[in-house]
Design a protein around this ligand. Structure first.
Ligand SMILES: Cc1ncc(COP(=O)(O)O)c(C=O)c1O
Length: 376
């Protein structure tokens, strides 16, 4: 009998090791990883610079609490804010980063109402769950009612925005919701109106950030400047972390005691995050963009005669293939063929490959994915 709550429908393979873009199961089978631990292992398994940084820190201090000065946190915050006038709060997960954003926005504006979007996903803690409009996730929990859900990429969202809102929160590329990329002009109009009204714009980059779409943050490709950005997942390439990055003017809303966490910004995690951020050079990001274009080209060309493919969407290496057939059997078949991938809402096959996967591996993987879809 399992002693775990059944919150996950787990596959029966157990992953015990990995190298580069591959994971290895307990029986020694290798899988090319187009899921990256749900968008976490962006630099693959055992990336040498990250591993060396973590090993070095493990030999020093593992934990100090946030009662003491932290040069490591300052360094990571420096790389996250990229020389701009912004401040960072470190947490342990994406949901926690969003909780921090929600608290900061409400305290700073003195208002409570939040605008969010259909198909959004912001996490499972109470605040983040309240911003995640999926009945199956919210049912029975008594979520926060001060949330107004509007359609993504629709003028109706902009029309409904007024100065009674504290903030609007969105993913510029919705991940769990099925890989929906924001329309550039719509997003710019939304952000302009919000900022004109004094409504804070929170961009959740938990899945789309850290190079996933070919820029450090996906929002950079939309020419907007959010008031708050949240990241997590790939920031420490597999160690638990979250960060909320806010414009410095918002700093007045948080004083000692306003918010906190025991583990957030832990030294081992920060050592990893610092090494990860140092790896995300302009060359690295350009390579992600290039691979994103190549994979899209392969997918569009290869799916022309496949009735099972309804739509292909994405940005960089965050890609969704909406199917007319059930996605789960396709994922199972892919596993048998040595490929791990993900599902997202709306019968979407979601690809979040390890960013360091080489082009040949990626191309071969995509061909297997297309063949498998074609057989479904
Ligand atoms: C966009 C987005 N926000 C928030 C979260 C929640 O992150 P975590 O599971 O680390 O709490 C996720 C997780 O999938 C996500 O994709």
């Amino acid at each position: 009998m399992s002693h775990l709550f059944e919150t996950y429908a787990r596959s029966d393979i157990e992953l015990v090791d990995g190298h580069d873009a591959y994971v290895v199961d307990a029986l020694g089978n290798e899988y090319l990883d187009f899921g990256a631990g749900i968008g976490v292992m962006n630099l693959g398994y055992h990336p040498s610079s990250v591993q060396a940084a973590v090993e070095k820190q493990i030999k020093g201090i593992w934990h100090t609490s946030n009662l003491y000065k932290s040069t490591l946190q300052e360094r990571v915050a420096g790389l996250l804010t990229q020389g701009t006038d912004r401040l960072v709060f470190f947490a342990n997960s994406g949901a926690e980063a969003n909780e921090a954003a929600l608290k900061l926005a409400r305290r700073y504006t003195g208002k409570h109402k939040i605008m969010n979007f259909a198909q959004a996903f912001h996490g499972r803690t109470y605040g983040a769950l309240s911003l995640t409009p999926v009945t199956a996730y919210q049912a029975g929990y008594g979520v926060d009612q001060d949330v107004v859900t509007v359609p993504f990429n629709q003028q109706a969202a902009i029309d409904q925005l007024d100065d009674t809102f504290a903030a609007v929160i969105l993913e510029v590329v919705q991940g769990e919701g099925g890989i929906h990329v924001a329309d550039r002009s719509w997003l710019q109009r939304l952000v302009n109106k919000a900022q004109h009204l004094g409504v804070l714009v929170i961009v959740d980059e938990v899945q789309s950030g850290m190079g996933r779409t070919g820029s450090l943050y996906a929002y950079e490709q939309f020419d907007i400047v959010p008031d708050i950005v949240t990241v997590a997942k790939a920031l420490a390439n597999g160690l638990p972390v979250g960060a909320m990055i806010g414009q410095a003017k918002l700093g007045t809303a948080f004083q000692p005691g306003s918010h906190g966490t025991t583990f957030g910004g832990n030294p081992v995690v920060m050592a990893s995050a610092y090494a990860v951020l140092q790896s995300l050079t302009p060359e690295f990001l350009a390579d992600v963009q290039q691979k994103g274009l190549a994979i899209m080209h392969d997918l569009v060309q290869g799916s022309q005669d496949l009735q099972q493919v309804k739509a292909i969407r994405g940005l960089g290496l965050m890609i969704g293939i909406e199917l007319t057939t059930d996605v789960q059997p396709v994922l199972m078949k892919l596993r048998e063929r040595g490929i791990l991938a993900l599902a997202a809402q709306g019968n979407t096959l979601r690809l979040l490959p390890v960013l360091t996967m080489n082009e040949q591996e990626m191309h071969a993987g995509v061909m297997t994915i297309l063949t498998t879809i074609g057989e479904s």
